[in-house]
Design a protein around this ligand. Sequence first.
Ligand SMILES: [Zn+2]
Ligand SMILES: [Zn+2]
Length: 133
Amino acid sequence: MLAGGCHCGAIRYELEGEAIVHALCHCTDCRRHAGAPMVGWTMYPQAAVKVTKGTPKVYASSEHGRRHFCADCGTGLFYINEQILPGIIDVQSATCDDPDAVPPQAHIQVAERIKWMERAHELPAFERFPPQS
Ligand SMILES: [Zn+2]
Ligand SMILES: [Zn+2]
């Protein structure tokens, strides 16, 4: 049983069973809503996801797309689109208490990816911060 929640703790959820897929989405909608270069999504049947604390606010980000987030701290949590993916809920994977539990399997919507994201893994990396000069 995996659990997760928003940054402030007002909203908590539990995930039951296996994720259908975990994908890193590069679409413009996810990017603008999250304010981040990409967003990880683990897909589950709607019955597998239980909100155990609080009530997410729902934002209509497109005609049928519904983004659920914490109205107190702003963390994005769920995406539902009954038109394209009936019975399915996407969970923002980085909100999971153990985000390593389900590794991602694919990058999706790379047609809309920020150009520099394609080679972001080649950038210099530091355990914390670059040394001060
Ligand atoms: Zn919150
Ligand atoms: Zn997206």
